[in-house]
Unconditional design. Structure first.
Length: 246
């Protein structure tokens, strides 16, 4: 009987953007549990990032916090160089950093808010990927997209556009970088983080066939699945409780 053996992640070097809390933290910790060393990117809260670092280190791996606004080319470049200087290489990149924006209706989105959301969610992922590719010759990239990138979601049009663009970027990079670098995405539905208030959580829970919303760790599990498989590229893994079937 043929046994499928997961790709070993022990000793790999991973950079996870936006890893101070929520989904990013769960991904960083899941990687540490698998034996990977982790660079924890953050933009604002060093305290949160250092908490993630300590959680990762508790699994016996090396972890560092690196500050950068991913939408800023110079900061992103400096972040990647800091990771290279500390670890020597980058094997895994998880583009998780993202912002939601405040506006929900099309006519309420200002130019400034459009630029900010697209800047972090889409441009930022591309900038960080470019900077990592200066050093990564073989490896894996996972982009954290969203159900909104497929069905428009119930959020602002700028957020939906950024995540739809990130899915398209995933496909493009997968074609250009194979076979040495595999690129995939995970598209979560609503996730139980501090960004969603209890009332909205209850409404979102009722829309799911599983009668729940995802925990950050369930999104992290999908990321690990992609990283442990050497025959998946150009795919988007939906983790949304059956809200989107295509």
């Amino acid at each position: 009987m043929l046994m499928v053996i997961p790709v070993e992640l022990v000793g790999k070097i991973a950079l996870v953007t936006g890893a101070g809390r929520g989904i990013g933290r769960a991904i960083a910790v899941a990687l540490a549990k698998k034996g990977a060393n982790v660079a924890v990117n953050y933009a604002h809260s060093e305290k949160k990032a250092l908490e993630t670092v300590e959680l990762c280190r508790s699994y016996g791996v090396d972890a560092i916090a690196v500050k950068a606004d991913v939408s800023n080319r110079e900061e992103a470049k400096g972040m990647v160089e800091e990771v290279i200087n500390h670890f020597g290489r980058i094997d895994i990149l998880v583009n998780n950093a993202g912002i939601l924006g405040n506006a929900l209706k099309p006519m309420d989105v200002t130019d400034e808010e459009w630029d900010a959301v697209l800047g972090v969610n889409l441009k930022g992922a591309f900038i960080v990927t470019q900077e990592v590719l200066r050093y990564m010759k073989r490896g894996k990239i996972v982009n954290i997209a969203s159900i909104a990138g497929k069905d428009g979601g119930t959020v602002g049009p700028h957020y939906a556009a950024s995540k739809g663009g990130l899915i398209a970027l995933t496909f493009n990079l997968a074609r250009h970088l194979a076979p040495n670098i595999l690129v995939n995405a995970v598209a979560p539905g609503p996730v139980d983080t501090e960004l969603i208030n209890p009332e909205i959580k209850e409404r979102l829970r009722s829309l799911s066939l599983t009668e729940k919303i995802a925990k950050p760790e369930e999104i992290a599990h999908a990321v690990i699945f992609l990283l442990e498989n050497d025959h998946i590229t150009g795919e988007v893994v939906d983790v949304n409780g059956g809200r989107l079937m295509d």
